[in-house]
Design a protein around this ligand. Structure first.
Ligand code: ADP
Length: 647
């Protein structure tokens, strides 16, 4: 990730995270405050509407009680009850009710006067006259009451009235007010309650006040519903449904606030009150959407502000990051140039900040690096000169060495070759002397010289001279052997090599075949493994492996079965061969000596003949081929001669 992206993320992080946290907290706090304020305000409205409803009912109760104290009504009822002047009295009472009473309160729908038996004797509504209401609650609950008391009915619809009404009754008593003679009932159109509930000033667009009552297992709304004004009959909702939750709670005789579904199934914030006298519920409510619409606006505003701040922060961060990263980019460009070897390049260090400091330190470092580089180049130049000089010296020495070596070989060759003729003379004349001596001994034995003189010749002729001659012959034979050995070695170095790719499987098979006699005698069977080929002179490489095989047979352990193995593999561009035996082995300290000329470890062993030249010839041949030989051995266990040759 680039520094610019990191700076961008950092700036966004430190600016947007606090904005996000603060606005979220502010949003939830504002939401809670709005909710609490709305609920307490709705509660206040509900309480005021409840008081309003109750005072409306109280005024209507007062009206009935007032009518019950009307002397004309009482007298008329008494007269009607006596049944003498019944028809006149009834029509007078009806007129009185219509003209004098109903006119007092325009909100009265109908008035009825009942006798003590519950029969309607006079009513402002014709259909109501003559009805038997002795079993109705409005009569039964009232007839037992005292003068001045009233009763509000629980029934709201009647066959004799076209509209649903609230019925309020009061007892009619005689003059002394100690005997009930009948009951007066005032009926008020229930829609009068709408006047209370539809006054929704300050209730917003969705605000609504509702009055309801329980009817069996249903809730029935008493007032006209804002969202269902044209319902044919009063709307009813089952008590068990999830809608109209606030009204259901009110009808469970509870007061409180709630956010729940209303009769439409819409989520509302509501306050509910129970009206115990009437067994009614009152609900004031506002749609949740409207209540929280300022909060929704606030949220949208916050999101917009967040986006604007993010854009501003990104722009500022981009400008700052560009200013910060520009010198870094220049620094990087400079380091790349310097890395490509341009040590004279200087990074512009304009700013006075840490990056400027870094650039000037970097420039200082490169100039020092340039100086060191120069010193190093000078030193390398000197070193090269020294190395060239030394190489030249070494080459001269090598040439000298090669020349001396050649000279030495020449001397050895000449010496060993030329020394052989005088040696052969010595051997020849010694043998001649030997035969002359033998003749002289015979002559001496046959001659008849005195015993005294014979005795004087016997010792030198039969002992001293023969001993001396034997010594001369043995020594010259030994010398002959040494000289022929030296001759062999010097010839080895002079032979011209014919290097070619050798089939080692064939070459080793031939060697084994030529050693068949020795191998049979030693009772050895050599397993032939697949061998890699190598480059070399056929005859000389044959000599190498013949010598090694010779030794493996010669230096076998005669107390156990002899095992000899020849194997090979390719390794690091060379063909590596191993001639392994389980013979007498070689002590550690002699491992290198055995390759020296005439070096033998056990020359006194008469069973094993040798001249101590085999391994030195092997090493010389391998040296000339650019090959190598080494030995791994353990006395008593056996030896491994490892030969490597060019592939
Ligand atoms: P020579 O066999 O004629 O003595 P070499 O140069 O071939 O001379 O060997 C030198 C000496 O190395 C031997 O005298 C012998 O002691 C020792 N040697 C060589 N090959 C083996 C072998 N395979 N096991 C034990 N000793 C060995």
């Amino acid at each position: 990730m680039t520094i610019r992206s990191k700076l961008l993320i950092f700036a966004l992080g430190i600016s947007l995270i606090p904005i996000f946290i603060i606005t979220t907290l502010y949003y939830f706090n504002a939401r809670r405050t709005v909710e609490q304020q709305t609920l307490s305000w709705l509660t206040a409205v509900a309480e005021s509407k409840k008081t309003h409803t109750l005072s409306f009912l109280d005024s209507k109760k007062g009206r009935v009680v007032d009518f019950s104290s009307d002397g004309y009504i009482r007298d008329s009822l008494e007269k009607i009850c006596i049944k003498e002047t019944q028809s006149d009295a009834i029509s007078d009472l009806k007129r009185h009710l219509k003209v004098n009473k109903k006119s007092l309160d325009s909100q009265i729908t109908s008035i009825a006067v009942l006798d003590i038996n519950g029969m309607v004797v006079a009513s402002t509504t014709e259909e109501w006259n003559g009805m038997d209401m002795s079993k109705d609650d409005i009569f039964m609950s009232c007839v037992s009451k005292n003068y001045g008391e009233s009763h509000t009915g629980k029934t709201y619809s009647a066959t004799y009235l076209d509209i649903d009404c609230i019925f309020i009754s009061a007892p009619l008593t005689d003059k002394r007010a100690n005997k009930t003679i009948g009951v007066i009932i005032n009926a008020y159109d229930i829609s009068l309650l709408d006047e209370i509930t539809t006054k929704r000033a300050g209730m917003g667009e969705t605000g609504e006040v509702l009055l309801g009552r329980k009817n069996g297992d249903h809730v029935i709304f008493l007032t006209t519903l804002k969202y269902a004004p044209d319902m044919p009959s009063r709307m009813s909702v089952p008590l068990s449904s999830t809608g109209a939750e606030p009204m259901r709670l009110a009808l469970k005789e509870q007061n409180g606030t709630i956010i729940a579904l209303d009769y439409r199934g819409e989520e509302v914030v509501a306050a509910y009150q129970y009206l115990p006298d009437m067994d009614w519920g009152l609900v004031t409510k506002l749609d949740k959407k409207e209540v929280f619409s300022p909060i929704t606006h606030l949220r949208i505003f916050t999101i917009i502000m967040g986006c604007i701040s993010a854009i501003v922060v990104i722009v500022i961060a981009l400008i700052i990051s560009k200013r910060v990263t520009r010198p870094i980019h220049e620094l990087v460009k400079g380091t790349k140039k310097i890395a490509r070897g341009d040590l004279d390049f200087k990074i512009p260090a304009k700013s006075k900040d840490e990056i400027g400091l870094l650039a000037s330190s970097f420039n200082e470092m490169t100039s020092q690096l340039g100086e060191s580089n120069k010193r190093l180049e000078d030193y390398a130049g000197n070193l090269k000169g020294m190395v060239d000089e030394k190489t030249k010296e070494i080459e001269q020495m090598l040439d000298e060495l090669r020349y001396k070596n050649k000279e030495m070989e020449q001397i050895i060759y000449v010496a060993s070759h030329d020394l052989r003729s005088p040696l052969l003379n010595i051997q020849g004349f010694s043998r001649e002397l030997q035969s002359s001596l033998d003749q002289m001994v015979t002559i001496l034995r046959e001659s008849d010289i005195s015993d005294e003189i014979r005795a004087k010749f016997t010792d030198p002729l039969e002992e001293d001279i023969p001993d001396a001659l034997r010594f001369i012959l043995t020594s010259s034979a030994k010398m002959d052997k040494l000289l022929s050995g030296l001759l062999r070695i010097s010839r080895m170095g002079r032979v011209t090599l014919t290097v070619k790719q050798l089939d080692m499987n064939k070459l080793i098979s031939e060697i084994i075949e030529s050693h068949k006699y020795m191998l049979n005698e030693a009772n050895v069977n050599i397993p032939i493994n697949e061998l890699p080929s190598c480059k070399g002179d056929d005859l000389q490489i044959n000599q190498v492996f013949s010598n090694l095989l010779d030794n493996a047979i010669k230096y076998r352990n005669r107390n156990k079965d002899t095992k000899i193995m020849i194997s090979g593999k390719n390794e690091d561009g060379c063909s590596v061969y191993c001639v392994e035996d389980n013979g007498i082995g070689i002590p550690e300290k002699h491992k290198e000596n055995i390759f020296e000329v005439f070096h033998r470890l056990n020359p006194a062993d008469n069973d094993v003949t040798g001249d101590g030249l085999g391994l030195s010839i092997v090493r010389r041949i391998l040296d000339r081929h650019g090959g190598q030989i080494r030995v791994e051995s353990e006395p008593g266990k056996g030896s491994k001669f490892i030969v490597s040759l060019p592939e």
